[in-house]
Write a protein that binds this ligand. Sequence first.
Ligand code: NAD
Ligand code: TYD
Length: 348
Amino acid sequence: MKNILITGGAGFIGSHVIRTFVNKYPDYNIYNLDKLTYAGNLGNLKDIEGSSNYTFLHGDITDETYIKNIFSEYQFNNVIHLAAESHVDRSIKDPLAFAKTNILGTMILLNEFKNLWEKNWENKRFYHVSTDEVYGALGETGLFTEETSYDPNSPYSASKASSDHFVRAYGETYNMPYVISNCSNNYGPNHFPEKLIPLFINNVIEEKPLPVYGDGKYTRDWLYVIDHANAIDTVFHKGINRETYNIGGFNEWKNIDLVLLLCKLMDTKLNRAQGTSEKLITYVKDRPGHDLRYAIDATKINKELGWAPSLVFEEGLSKTIDWFLNNREWLENVTSGEYKNYYKKQYS
Ligand code: NAD
Ligand code: TYD
C-alpha cells in the first residue's frame, strides 16, 4: 500500500494532482498537506473531500516538529512536493518568504523522508515538482532542455533552483531515490487570479484595465493544468530515479498576442462587441528582472515516458474562460479580503 504525501494540494496545480491520484488510485492513501495560505483553497477539492483514500492535513512544511510528527504517524513512503510560494511579483516584494517556504520547507521534508527511510530506500521516492524558470531567460531562439544550466533571475526562481539542488544533494549524499520535473507556465481552472491569465479573465469580467508589463513582447510557454497533472502521474509512476523531466506543450505565446486572443474569446462569450475588451489593455511599468522568454523542449518525457499534452491552446483557453465564467462564486471568494490589498499595492 502506498502512503503518498502530496504537499500544496489545496493550491492550483496541487488540487488537480490530488484529484487525479484520488480518483485513479483507490489503493493509495493520499495525504494532502497544506498550510492554506492565500493561494490554498479547500473549495478546490469539494468533489473528492469525502473519498475514503483521501486525508487533509493542515500544516506548514517549515514547522519541523509538525513534519516530524506526521512522518512518524503516517509513514509516507512517497512524497510529491508542490507546496511553495509561487508568484514572481510577490517574490520581488518579499523574497525571504520564498526562501523560507521553498528552500527551508523543502529541506525539512527531505530530512524527515531521509530520517525515516535511509536504511531501506526500496520502493520509496521523493518527487519534486519544479519550474522551467530555474533555467533563467532565453533569447529569441532556443529551448530549455534537461541539460540547460541553471541560471535563475527572480527570487522565486532562485528559491526553486535552490530546492532542486537540495533534492539532488540528498540523492547523491544519502542515496535517496528522487525525480524532478521542470514545467512551463500552467493555466486552467482554479488558477489564482494574480497570474496573467486568470487576472486578465477577472479584469475583463469586471471591466478593469489589463496591465501588460513593459512592451508585452515577453514570451511564455503555456500548458493546461490537467495535462501537467497527468504528466506528474506519468513521471511519478514511470520516471527513472535521479532523472529530470522537462514538461511543456511546445506552445509559446508573446504576452500581447495571448491577451488579444483572450480578449477576442471573452467578447464572444460575454456577448460584447468585438474590440470591447481590447480597449482595456494598458501598458504599465515593467517587472524588474523580467525574463524575456521561456520555452521547453519536452522531447524526453514524450519519447521516454510517452506523455503528450491533450489540448491545443485555443481549446484550453476557451475551456478555462468558461470555467471562470461558470464559477463566479469561487472567483468572488478568492478576490475578497487579502487579494484587494495585494492588487492595490501591485497595480496602483
Ligand atoms: P499555488 O501558489 O497555487 O499553490 C501553492 C500551495 O502551497 C497553496 O495551496 C499553499 O497554501 C501551499 N503552501 C504554501 N506555503 C506552504 C507551506 N509553508 N506549508 C504548506 N503548504 C504551503 O502554486 P501552484 O501554481 O499550484 O504551484 C505548485 C507547484 O508547482 C509549486 O512548487 C510551483 O513552483 C510549481 N510550478 C508552478 C507552475 C505554474 O505555472 N503555476 C509551473 C511549474 C511549476
Ligand atoms: P505570470 O503569470 O506572473 O507567470 P511567470 O512570471 O511565472 O511567467 O506572468 C506571465 C507573463 O505575463 C510574464 O511575462 C509577466 C506578464 N504579466 C503581465 O504582463 N501583467 C501582469 O499583471 C502579470 C501578473 C504578468
